[in-house]
Ligand binder design. Structure first.
Ligand code: G3P
Ligand code: MG
Length: 252
């Protein structure tokens, strides 16, 4: 009998469970965990009444049975939407996840979280601030937990998170997300005191890996769904990757 060894922390299940479960739901995290993942990426935004919860898009249209912009929804109503049926009948009725539910999951299973701050339009700073505050509070209750990695495409969100972390003297890693890599993005990440830079896998070359490492940062890439690409990127020295394919790590 072979013992299943959990995947190393270079592998992040994208949006909780990749394409195997409805993104950004608790069911997705459970599926990702069962598949062997011990690092998880998800997208975090604010409800109208200030609850942090998981959704990728600005609207509810694609991944729930509700319609329209997400920003006006209160959490008590968001909990009632079906965020599972769009994926498959197996997940019918699965509600969206709150950040607190995901933090509970991380504490229970001792896994690592990458919380991508995905603000509703115009809520960049307040969302960055809220995520940083909640994570610092959680870490105070869970001193042995792996510190979540906070990332965002929004510099304003990251700067607001940084201000909170500095004010609270909290050591929580940040990563700047960019669709296109260039030297300016790298310097921006350095100026932010970020732990890493996250970018599209197609931006990654050995020279880019070397440049990022030379500035003391980690480089991670989204969304890698092909085994050959993953193998090549890791051989180039990439520090982490986000995948929708839960079978990919075992194929390398
Ligand atoms: O955080 C990595 C990746 O999730 C960024 O792109 O659009 O899937 O959130 P997106
Ligand atoms: Mg994301």
């Amino acid at each position: 009998m072979t013992t299943r060894i959990p995947f190393d922390l270079r592998w992040f299940a994208h949006r909780g469970g990749g394409d195997a479960a409805p993104e950004n739901t608790l069911a997705a995290f459970e599926v990702g965990f069962k598949a062997g993942f011990r690092a998880f990426e998800c997208d975090v935004k604010l409800s109208a009444d200030g609850v942090l919860w998981l959704l990728h898009d600005d609207t509810l249209d694609r991944t729930t049975d509700a319609r329209g912009p997400a920003a006006p929804w209160r959490w008590e109503n968001l909990q009632l939407v079906d965020a599972g049926s769009w994926h498959s009948a197996t997940f019918k009725g699965e509600p969206p996840a709150s950040l607190d539910q995901v933090l509970d999951f991380a504490a229970r299973h001792a896994v690592w979280l990458n919380l991508e701050i995905k603000p509703n339009p115009g809520q960049d700073a307040q969302t960055g601030e809220a995520v940083a505050r909640r994570v610092v509070q959680w870490l105070a209750d869970q001193p042995s937990a792996q510190r979540p990695l906070l990332s965002s495409f929004s510099l304003a969100a990251l700067q607001a998170a940084r201000a909170v972390l500095d004010a609270l003297q909290a050591d929580v890693p940040l990563a700047y997300l960019v669709e296109t890599y260039d030297a300016a993005a790298l310097e921006q990440a350095v100026a932010l005191g970020a732990e890493g830079l996250h970018t599209d896998w197609q931006q990654v070359t050995p020279a880019v890996v070397a440049a990022v490492h030379a500035r003391g940062l980690k480089l991670r890439a989204y969304t890698v769904n092909d085994a050959n690409q993953a193998r090549a990127l890791l051989a180039d020295g990439l520090d982490g990757l986000f995948t929708d394919r839960l079978d990919l790590p075992s194929r390398l």
